[in-house]
Design a protein around this ligand. Structure first.
Ligand code: NDP
Ligand code: PYR
Ligand code: MG
Length: 754
């Protein structure tokens, strides 16, 4: 379990530069011209445009993507009223999360004002600056007045996150917890500790969802009709029962919600609760009851806390980045009830979907699946932005609060993904195409967790129809240990179930009898799943074949080369990687098969690669690489690259192709125009790089993957007679899913594509 100590936390914050955020310009500011555009005199133009048309502020400034995280420090986490300066690390932290999870820029603003009127006036005056306002850590009851007034007076999305963020996330968790224990929100008895910003807002939302029976406590005890010290919003939840103590209230209660302070719930009170009790102890940083103590006291307990080191972290980070993302993207004028309920629904539903492998990896847990210890998605789940922001944006449009309407939701999803850094358009397109006509794909290495997890995803998402070859007992054990669900995937244990081994052995003998394979040898080889799978593809039992996860490339490819073989007219196969980057996709070849191709062999590789790039709907602009530019260096490699370029130009006169050149030249149209204006690539630069040998290609993509922030997809095997793809040893589940989607589309367009 994750443990951090005080010094570690202080050092993290004090490391130079102090704090957690900085401002980064988004336009070039290096030349005199840049300066003149960025500041005086150029800057006057957008100023005048905005003066003439106020809405242009969204066009010419960062306002549309800028959120103010604003606090007065009166209820900081569960630390209480520690003042505005002491709240700054929390507000900076929120800014970091806005940026990291939703690409939203933030200024944190800590205001030295506890008087609601003064605070309201100051925040209201900031409307020209921000696209949205996230109020944070302002104590009750002032926060209710403040938020209400600002919502009425301001025309941009505004939310006090401790109120509504918490309400949204905990509602999703509560609905799912109740589903797990089979209770209805209308019937449950809820006890609440805390009647502050968070607690009251949760209760308001739960009431909308159907809650009827609740008893609330604050520091001064039970909130009943006799109390005269509370705000109207708090009094809405006052009880008329004679109960006065927490112990009385907890007898028979179904749910305890803590949004108050550390350790206020004695363990023995848990024993009084109904069967399968639910405890959301959400005070930060320390909950109302320690997780381990609670679980030891009531093993039938479903528990959530605000902390990341226990299951079921109910934290508003699951909401605010995505709620504001959706609201900003449709330029909503508010965050209304419909938008909040849409976020609740989206979060609750997402928790029931299979968990992506990258989430398993991030949390070092393969067993995450909807249930007692996984009620809501994990904060590092990359699907949150798509699911929640889309739901919120749609609800804003439908409820009439949007000033901008989105119509192409697929394009919006792409935009949301690119907010996370990598441009996924190409893979989205391939995946959608695969889903339109999913094909049967055989995986000969199915007694492996990653293959099984990928198969589950492929089946559940309708990308492919997996056929799994492997030892049935082993597969069952992996499925059980990792809570997988392989319903819908076909499993064949070729050694135990006779299947078609004899038929395939005879066929292999027929194919290879003049190449040293006897019928006896054929029978032996067909006990190997790579041969069996290749035969399935050859005979049309399946449409594509994927292997390579557990053996090295050379060994993995041999059976399919013998059984399937290369395409007519193709001399050799080659491997290509797709590099997905913010700047768009790039294609690298040969990265896997031909160790040191001759110039003539490079021409074959160029032909195959150009065709494959077109398969991915891109127009190939090919650079043949070396360490010299157009003859600037003598040497074997530059000469080979030069010769390959000449021969390829002859063989493929229509290709946009040039070389030999260095990689930076290939990728910089400006450099090409300046120094090599004669080059065919001078207009746009290259998107396809042909490497002079496998060493350089392989190293280049791996460096980009590890430190270049690129996602790489491949290797796409080019030139086989049927869709065969060989994974890299140790590929991730995501790699397997991507390669399968490509194989499915390859199979759909069989004979015309890769
Ligand atoms: N996990 C999450 O996502 C979130 C967690 N929180 C946590 O919820 C807590 C409250 O935050 P917030 O609502 O913003 O703060 P507020 O200051 O608005 O409210 C605090 C409430 O807790 C009550 N309280 C304090 N001590 C006790 C106690 N010993 N017994 C019973 N009630 C007590 C206060 O009562 P009184 O008015 O009488 O002082 C008040 O009603 C914090 O610990 C915060 O970290 C908040 C937001 C999100
Ligand atoms: C999570 C949060 O906002 C709080 O504890 O105050
Ligand atoms: Mg807070």
């Amino acid at each position: 379990m994750l443990k951090i100590n005080k010094q570690e936390a202080l050092d993290y914050h004090s490391q130079s530069p102090a704090g957690k955020i900085e401002v980064v310009p988004t336009k070039p500011v290096s030349t005199q011209l840049d300066l003149a555009l960025a500041y005086s005199p150029g800057v006057a133009e957008p100023c005048l445009a905005i003066a003439a048309n106020p809405d242009d502020v969204y066009k010419y400034t960062a306002k549309g993507n800028l959120v103010g995280v604003i606090s007065n420090g009166t209820a900081v986490l569960g630390l209480g009223n520690i003042g505005p300066a002491a709240s700054k690390p929390v507000m900076e932290g929120k800014g970091v999360l806005f940026k990291k999870f939703a690409g939203i820029d933030c200024f944190d603003i800590e205001i030295d004002a506890t008087d609601p009127d003064e605070f309201i006036r100051i925040v209201k005056s900031l409307e020209p600056t921000f696209g949205g306002i996230n109020l944070e850590d302002i104590k009750a009851p002032e926060c209710f007045v403040i938020e209400k007034a600002l919502r009425e007076q301001m025309n941009i999305p505004l939310m006090h996150d401790d109120q509504h963020g918490t309400a949204i996330i905990s509602s999703a968790a509560l609905l799912n917890a109740l589903e797990v224990v089979g209770k209805r929100i209308e019937d449950i008895r809820l006890v609440v500790s805390g009647a502050g910003a968070a607690a009251i807002s949760c209760l308001r939302l739960y009431r909308e969802l159907g809650l009827r029976h609740v008893i609330v406590f604050d520091k001064d005890g039970v909130i009943n009709k006799q109390r005269t010290d509370l705000a109207e919003l708090q009094m809405q939840f006052a009880t008329d029962s004679p109960i006065t103590t927490l112990a009385e209230a907890m007898r028979g209660a179904d749910v305890f919600l803590g949004l108050s302070a550390a350790n206020v719930l004695p363990a023995e009170l848990l024993l009084l609760m109904a069967d399968n009790p639910i405890v959301f102890a959400l005070a930060n940083p320390n909950p109302e009851i320690a997780y381990d103590v609670a679980m030891a006291t009531r093993p039938d307990l479903i528990m959530a806390t605000g902390r990341s080191d226990h299951p079921n972290q109910v934290n508003n980070v699951l909401g605010f980045p995505y709620i504001f993302r959706g609201a900003l993207d449709v330029r909503a004028t508010e965050i209304n009830e419909a938008m909040k309920l849409a976020a609740v629904q989206a979060l609750a539903e997402l928790a029931k979907e299979p968990v992506p492998e990258m989430v398993n990896k991030a949390y070092g847990d393969n067993t995450l699946a909807f249930g007692r210890t996984y009620l809501i998605p994990k904060p590092l789940d990359p699907r949150l932005i798509i699911t929640v922001s889309t739901a919120v944006a749609k609800a804003a449009i439908e409820s009439g609060s949007a000033r901008r309407v989105i119509t192409d939701w697929f394009a919006y999803e792409d935009e949301l993904r690119s907010r996370l850094g990598v441009n996924q358009k190409l893979m989205n397109r391939i995946t959608s195409a695969a889903k339109a006509n999913p094909k049967r794909v055989v995986f000969p290495e199915a007694d492996n967790y990653k293959i099984l997890k990928a198969a589950q995803i492929l089946h559940d998402e309708g990308i492919a129809r997996p056929v799994l070859l492997g030892n049935r007992e082993k597969i069952d054990a992996i499925v059980r240990a990792n809570s997988l669900d392989l319903e819908g995937c076909e499993i064949i244990d070729i050694l135990k179930e006779d299947a078609k081994r004899e038929e395939y052995a005879a066929l292999l003998f027929e194919k290879r009898q003049r190449r040293g394979i006897t019928l006896y040898e054929g029978r032996r080889l067909l006990r190997e799943r790579n041969y069996y799978g290749s035969m399935m593809l050859e005979t049309g039992e399946v449409d594509a074949f994927i292997t390579g996860l557990t053996k090295d490339y050379g060994k993995s490819i041999v059976p399919s080369l013998q059984v399937i073989g290369v395409e007519d007219g193709v001399q050799r196969v080659a491997g290509m990687y797709i590099i997905q980057h913010k700047k768009g996709p790039y294609f690298f070849a040969d990265t896997t098969v031909n160790i040191d191709p001759t110039a003539e062999e490079m021409v074959d590789i160029i032909g195959l690669t150009a065709r494959a790039v077109r398969f991915f709907d891109a127009e190939p602009r090919i650079a043949v690489l070396s360490y010299s530019n157009f003859g600037s260096n003598a040497g074997e490699l530059p000469s080979k690259a030069r010769k390959a370029t000449e021969l390829a130009k002859q063989r493929y006169p229509d290709l946009i192709l040039d070389g030999e050149m260095q990689a930076n030249t290939a990728l910089s149209p400006q450099l090409l125009r300046e120094h090599y204006p004669f080059s065919e690539l001078a207009e746009k630069g290259a998107n396809t790089l042909i490497f002079p040998n496998v060493v350089s290609g392989n190293i280049a993509y791996k460096v980009l993957q590890e430190i270049g922030g690129a996602e790489v997809i491949g290797p796409v095997l080019m030139g086989m007679r049927k869709p065969v793809h060989i994974l890299q040893l140790g590929a991730t589940v995501r790699d397997i899913v991507n390669m399968t989607a490509i194989a499915v589309v390859d199979a759909q367009t069989y004979g015309r594509a890769l």
